[in-house]
Ligand binder design. Structure first.
Ligand SMILES: [Zn+2]
Length: 48
């Protein structure tokens, strides 16, 4: 029986690429609404 360890380090937000915000064409940045600026995938169980 093998044990699998889930890694959370690679779970970048696919929408903003892990930066937490979008680069706007007109200048400036906008916080990524998908991850709320965390840059991580929100659809994941939270660990403490
Ligand atoms: Zn994001």
């Amino acid at each position: 029986m093998k044990t699998q360890t889930l890694r959370s380090a690679d779970q970048k937000c696919l929408y903003c690429g892990g930066t937490g915000y979008y680069q706007l064409l007109l200048g400036g940045t906008e916080t990524c609404a998908h991850c709320n600026g965390t840059g991580k995938q929100p659809e994941q169980e939270t660990e403490d």
